[in-house]
Design a binder for this molecule. Structure first.
Ligand SMILES: Cc1ncc(C[n+]2csc(CCOP(=O)(O)OP(=O)(O)O)c2C)c(N)n1
Length: 260
């Protein structure tokens, strides 16, 4: 009946854990890294997390704990400046601030960190602009070794970086910048739609019943027109919750709290 929408261990041996929601990768990776420590298995554990997923509390509690254990864990932050729609909130601004500072933390083949100026391509690449002073780096501040930001589409450079970083221990954060949908033109030009496409209608002539979220979204707008006290809140799910029209009609009554 098609692919599972999320990692599912009974579907693939490459799905190392099963989830139904976002922001779990660092917690899962930390558990695996600590289990390996107890088994004296030097294997590297790498967690990959998006900038949207990184806004959830679960990601932060895992980073907090990874530092407490000095866990051998690489975290790749795949920063495309997009959640399903545009990333929102203070963390998105913080990532923009890291970019704007113009500092690039690279690594030698021996695993030594060194700082160089931003490569040229980094400059015009962000949707968000940093509102505040760009001095801090949240990851460094809590005890991660920070590397990047790298061009996440430069595979050769990333292979070099990952090999070099194996020579270091402890929690390491590798910040890469990517373009959502890269390599597939329709997805690059309609990033929100192609985040996840719905079931394709096999027989084009068959009219699909309205989706639950469409019915809900219409109800929300109807109610809002009659009751000024009605507010709507979504955890980065404006489209999936049928709130697009409401957000347009009542921007001051709409809250996208990022993944929460
Ligand atoms: C707890 C939770 N909230 C919301 C969602 C819906 N959701 C799925 S993916 C996604 C955006 C994730 O963005 P990001 O982590 O940046 O990954 P990208 O697809 O941009 O690579 C959201 C909001 C979810 N799966 N789980």
């Amino acid at each position: 009946d098609g692919l599972a929408a999320f990692p599912a261990r009974d579907e693939s041996e490459f799905d190392t854990f099963g989830v139904g929601h976002s922001s779990t990768a660092i917690s899962a990776g930390l558990g695996m890294a600590l289990a390996r420590r107890y088994q004296n298995d030097p294997c590297e554990v790498v967690s990959i997390i998006g900038d949207g997923a990184m806004t959830a509390g679960m990601a932060f509690e895992a980073m907090n704990d990874a530092v407490a254990h000095h866990a051998n864990l690489m975290v790749v932050l795949n920063d495309n400046d997009m959640s399903i729609s545009c990333s929102t909130g203070g963390f998105a601004k913080h990532l923009a601030a890291i970019w704007e500072r113009g500092e690039f933390v690279n690594v030698t083949e021996e695993g030594e960190a060194y700082v160089q100026p931003h490569p040229e391509w980094l400059y015009n690449s962000r949707l968000h602009s940093a509102a505040t002073d760009a001095a801090d780096n949240l990851f460094k501040a809590i005890g991660f070794d920070y590397f990047g930001p790298y061009d996440g589409h430069d595979v050769q450079q990333l292979v070099h970086v990952f090999n070099a970083l194996k020579k270091r221990t402890g929690p390491r954060l590798i910040h890469v910048y990517t373009k959502k949908g890269k390599g597939f033109a329709p997805a690059e030009s309609d990033q929100i739609k192609y985040h996840a496409i719905g079931k394709l209608n096999a027989v084009a002539a068959v009219k699909m019943a309205p989706k639950y979220s469409d019915v809900f979204g219409q109800w929300l707008c109807d109610e809002a027109a009659q009751d000024k006290r009605l507010l709507a809140i979504t955890p980065a799910m404006c489209e999936g919750s049928g709130m697009v029209q409401f957000a347009k009609d009542y921007p001051e009554r709409f809250f996208d709290v990022a993944i929460a």
